[in-house]
Ligand binder design. Structure first.
Ligand code: SAM
Length: 301
């Protein structure tokens, strides 16, 4: 694979995102074709760990990113289009947080900001600034919403978080602009219109939980159940039928007790590889052990 390093403008996630793929980048890269001349699509972009890696190393001809979360997608657009205004807004928030004398005061400010974030009618700039702030100060950067769609993640008790990461915001904005990235909000199926034989699609849907206690599907109010995973498999078939390439990551349900061959059965006609990955939300004891995840692809490398 030809690698093109882009000077000092290295992109990286401007948000902490549950399920972020930074730890799996090496395995994922090995499964990718040379993306030069390709259209790259990420229908579940989240914090975009793979997107930034692709942009830093071998930018494809065309890029489309998508996510169901409207606040997240608006944030990508605000980072790209209103970088200076956003940084100014983030600096003000940072100063207020830093001026709080103790953790209790910081928590009050967090709860006040959370309430404001959940109000309707905020302009997109303020909403994005509050979103990034809450992401940096909530527990593990969790984006959890209740049944009414209100953000309700608890305070993370961080004394000195990097709230305004100016260089990351500027580098990401430059990469989003320079590569003319198409930013789309909606269900993953909306991206099928861009798929042809010169397309590579990286799919990182919400994990299938390994146990009831490990259930974490609240990226949004709709959840992602087995029916959704089957619908996604049909989407992969569609990519394959159009001679496009796909790579999908998910939890390894064979690690459940008893083992559940859900993905092995669902994707039996494709290549499945198990890779070791440290993950925070899982079924093991303290929830922080090393477990395997699966990579499914139609690319024969
Ligand atoms: C595992 S995360 C992706 C993490 C990402 N790879 C990263 O590095 O941060 C799954 C993402 O899927 C999104 N999502 C959930 N249901 C979706 C759907 N039906 N269509 C598109 N995106 C969806 C969630 O909002 C979430 O951002």
């Amino acid at each position: 694979m030809t690698k093109k390093m882009i000077g000092n403008h290295q992109g990286k996630p401007f948000l902490k995102w549950v399920g972020g793929k930074s730890q799996l980048l090496n395995y994922i890269e090995r499964k990718m074709p040379d993306l030069k001349g390709y259209t790259y699509i990420e229908p579940f972009v989240g914090g975009g760990a793979v997107l930034w890696h692709v942009l830093n190393t071998f930018p494809p001809k065309r890029i489309i990113i998508n996510d169901l979360n409207p606040t997240l997608i608006t944030a990508y657009k605000i980072v790209r289009d209103r970088t200076d205004d956003l940084i100014e807004e983030m600096k003000k928030i940072h100063e207020t947080y830093a001026s709080c004398k103790c953790l209790e005061e910081k928590k009050d400010y967090y709860l006040f900001s959370r309430e404001r974030f959940n109000k309707t009618g905020l302009c997109e700039l303020e909403k994005t600034a509050l979103f990034i702030f809450l992401n940096k100060t909530s527990y593990n950067g969790l984006f959890r919403v209740n049944t009414k769609g209100a953000f309700n993640s608890p305070f993370g008790k961080y004394t000195n978080p990097l709230i305004c990461d100016e260089s990351t915001l500027r580098n990401d904005a430059k990469l989003l602009k320079d590569n003319n990235i198409q930013i789309v909000q909606g269900d993953f199926s909306r991206t099928s219109q861009y798929v042809d034989e010169n397309t590579f699609v990286y799919l990182d849907p919400p994990y299938k939980p390994l146990s009831i206690t490990a259930r974490f599907t609240s990226y949004n109010t709709t959840g992602f159940d087995d029916e959704e995973h089957r619908r996604l498999k049909n989407f992969c078939d569609e990519i394959n039928n159009r001679h496009g390439c796909f790579l999908l990551s998910n939890s390894d349900t064979m690690q459940c007790s008893p083992p559940d061959p859900f993905f092995d059965d669902l994707y039996s006609e494709y290549h499945i590889e198990r890779v070791e990955a440290p993950r925070r939300i899982n079924c093991k004891g303290d929830g922080r052990g090393k477990i395997t995840e699966i990579l499914v692809t139609n690319v024969d490398k």
